[in-house]
Design a protein around this ligand. Structure first.
Ligand SMILES: CSC[C@H]1O[C@H](OP(=O)(O)O)[C@H](O)[C@@H]1O
Ligand SMILES: Nc1ncnc2[nH]cnc12
Length: 289
């Protein structure tokens, strides 16, 4: 089976162009509808599915995004590899507005979002020590460089609840005490759910601002973020166009084991499982149920 690329577009990236046979498809999941219809098509012979995370026109705030439906919908379409393209603030002088950061770690400060497909009736514990896929990160890094972006490989993304931006004290704490590199509001629980659905996942964070810690830049301003996000979106589209050439070929098992994350993760004995829950879970965990 060939790999299929899912792209979750964040703020400023609501569609991609140039897909052969492009069609917006409505997908329903046991967790409801995703943020929007999903744009499917082919790029250089590779199947692509593009989902605007906040919906076209940006009707959804970070806490209202149907994260479970989004990941389940991509899985339903046959996606194997998910690239999250996200706007972020930077805690590092060297990670400047306009730069791309291939994130490899997360700190989750979100508070109100459904963070697992599993629960009462079918309990599972997957590993999240390495929440992103190194193989996919290699491809994302190469594609972003080919698109002309300045790329930083590796970085810790702090996922905040929002929708307000951080206070100055929070910004300083995340940067100086917690060692976070970038900040956004959406990649958790997305990364957790991708792992539970056995999808390779990586975040390409596009820096739009220095959050509020930087003495020369003052507080975060949405107008500046949107201007930088618009410029970043063109580079992101070029990155997406470069991806198929780097990911095509017959599917080989993920060296990091993303595609086998549930192998030993389900604790609930078959006889103790809730049949309705199991039925729903077949969408994302059919391989092991
Ligand atoms: C436009 S500023 C705040 C907004 O942008 C980021 O969204 P995404 O991760 O989907 O690019 C951030 O997380 C906030 O949702
Ligand atoms: N400074 C910031 N904080 C949270 N999310 C962001 N998205 C873009 N910039 C951000």
């Amino acid at each position: 089976m060939a790999r299929m690329i899912g792209v979750i577009g964040g703020s400023g990236l609501y569609e991609v162009e140039g897909l052969e046979g492009a069609a917006w498809r409505e997908v329903e999941t046991p967790w409801g509808a995703p943020s929007d219809a999903i744009l499917t098509g082919r790029l250089d012979g590779v199947d692509i599915a593009f989902l605007p995370r906040h919906g076209r026109g940006h009707p959804l705030d970070p806490a209202s995004i149907p994260y479970r439906a989004n990941i389940a919908a991509l899985k339903t379409l046959g996606v194997t590899d998910v690239i999250s393209v996200s706007a972020v603030g930077s805690f590092r002088e060297a990670m400047a507005p306009g730069d791309f950061v291939v994130v490899d770690q997360f700190i989750d400060r979100t508070a109100t979002r459904a963070a697992s497909f599993f629960g009462p009736g079918c309990v599972a514990h997957v590993s999240l020590a390495h929440p992103t896929c190194a193989r996919l990160a290699d491809a994302a890094e190469a594609a972003a460089s080919a698109a002309g972006a300045t790329v930083h490989r590796g970085g810790t993304y702090l996922a905040m609840e929002g929708p307000q931006f951080s206070t100055l004290a929070e910004s300083r704490m995340y940067r100086e005490v917690w060692g976070a590199d970038v900040i956004g509001m959406t990649n958790m629980p997305e990364a957790r759910l991708a792992r539970e659905a056995e999808l390779c996942y990586v975040t390409v964070a596009m820096v739009t601002d220095y959050d509020s810690w930087h003495p020369d830049h003052g507080e975060v301003e949405i107008t500046q973020i949107l201007a930088t996000a618009g410029a970043n979106a063109d580079k992101a589209r070029a990155m997406i166009r470069a991806l198929p050439g780097l990911l095509s070929g017959p599917e080989a098992p993920c060296p990091g084991g993303c595609d086998r994350a549930l192998e030993h993760a389900i604790l609930t004995a078959p006889a103790a499982r809730d049949p309705q829950m199991v039925d729903r879970l077949k969408t994302i965990a059919g391989r092991v149920l």
